[in-house]
Ligand binder design. Structure first.
Ligand code: M6R
Length: 360
């Protein structure tokens, strides 16, 4: 049940320290500075030349996150919407790994893409929450995120577990393929182990409710981020529109000036996500919106230059750029939750939506 919580969504947001610890359990070998994935011996991915991720919705945002980590690690990769795959799949060969990311493992679009990739001769892997799901049975291999059941239609804890597992997997693929673990792997692993505690602190100290309250009668809500902040901006906007029924859009920070800026007014708050990847550019982009009257909410650590420049601050603990966006995402989940609660929406079961979409 929901226990002390009004909604499953809040319960599931609050569970993230535990669900992430479960995801990581036994998968980080700190003594040797290595990633230990049972079923995937070191060298498993040595022949992987390129990776295609297929997924929908929130899982697509996690897939994009994983794909960016892989590209940054030097492995060719791309994240594709599973529902577009049938008309626009890039070619695959024996050395292409197709990774289907799906919380339920039952999403029809994602299963169709997985089947198409198999028929085209690619190796396949699924990253899923559900043992025994169709994706887990049909893919060559499965990596489970161990988030536990998620009841709220809005994916929350499963997104953070997907993104963390995809980050680990990306680093493992890169290490296997390139022969050496990346130089900064040990630091990343230590930061990963610190994530549950950091989310705990963030949840305790969050100012999300007040921010949701102050901007609750805005016209439209924008989310911007660069690098690994970009998938988080997309996810922040999806969560917001899904449960508040208010218009929200996510953009790459640098895209704002290529069109969306025309929409910016004092009625369009801009949530700017800072991950430590060219933050000065993102700050400039946010300030361009602020000049047009938009309130800017900076999602960044205390002491960051954006704190003073912005109108509001959602604080995240300091960490490495590979993980900062995931902390920002937890703050944005809370903003969406409180905004929807103020509007009295049926948070756990938004209109027109289903937890698992089993039609194409
Ligand atoms: O079970 P899946 O991860 O394959 O589901 C994919 C999407 O339908 C899902 O992530 C959806 O976008 C979420 N309800 C968004 O919160």
């Amino acid at each position: 049940g929901k226990g002390e919580y009004d909604h499953f969504m809040l319960k599931e947001i609050t569970e993230q320290p535990t669900s992430l610890a479960q995801a990581l359990e036994g998968r980080i070998d700190s003594a040797n500075g290595r990633i230990a994935l049972a079923d995937f011996e070191p060298g498993t991915f040595a022949d992987v030349d390129s990776v295609q991720f297929v997924a929908c919705g929130t899982s697509y945002h996690a897939a994009l996150y994983g794909s960016l980590v892989l590209n940054q690690a030097g492995i060719r990769s791309t994240a594709l919407l599973a529902n577009e795959y049938s008309v626009s799949a890039p070619p695959v060969d024996d050395d292409t790994l197709v990774i289907a990311v799906s919380q339920s493992g039952e999403t029809a679009d994602t299963l169709a893409a997985l089947r198409q990739a198999t028929a085209a001769g690619a190796d396949t892997l699924t990253v899923t929450n559900v043992v025994g799901s169709t994706a887990a049975r049909e893919a060559d291999d499965a990596l489970f995120i161990r988030a536990g059941p998620e009841i709220g239609v809005a994916a929350t804890k499963t997104f953070s577990s997907q993104a963390v597992m995809l980050t680990l997997l990306a680093q493992r693929i890169a290490a296997d393929r390139l022969g050496d673990p990346p130089a900064d792997l040990e630091a990343l692993l230590a930061e990963l182990e610190a994530m549950p505690g950091r989310i705990e602190r963030l949840l305790d100290e969050s100012t999300a409710r007040g921010i949701a309250d102050r901007y609750s009668d805005s016209e439209s809500y924008f989310f911007i981020g660069r690098g690994l902040g970009f998938p988080v901006a997309l996810e922040g906007a999806l969560k917001f529109k899904e449960i508040t029924y208010e218009h929200a859009e996510g953009f790459a920070s640098g895209e704002l000036k290529h069109g969306p800026l025309a929409l910016v007014t004092p009625e369009t708050p801009v949530f700017a996500i800072f991950t430590g990847q060219e933050d000065e550019k993102t700050l400039k982009n946010a300030e361009e919106a602020q000049t047009r009257g938009a309130p800017v909410i900076a999602v960044c650590p205390d002491g960051h230059p954006a704190v003073d420049a912005a109108d509001e601050h959602l604080a995240i603990p300091e960490t490495v750029p590979d993980l900062a966006g995931l902390l920002a995402n937890v703050q944005l989940q809370l903003v969406s939750y409180y905004a929807a609660d103020l509007l009295d929406r049926p948070i756990d079961k938004p209109r027109n939506l289903a937890k698992s979409v089993t039609v194409e």
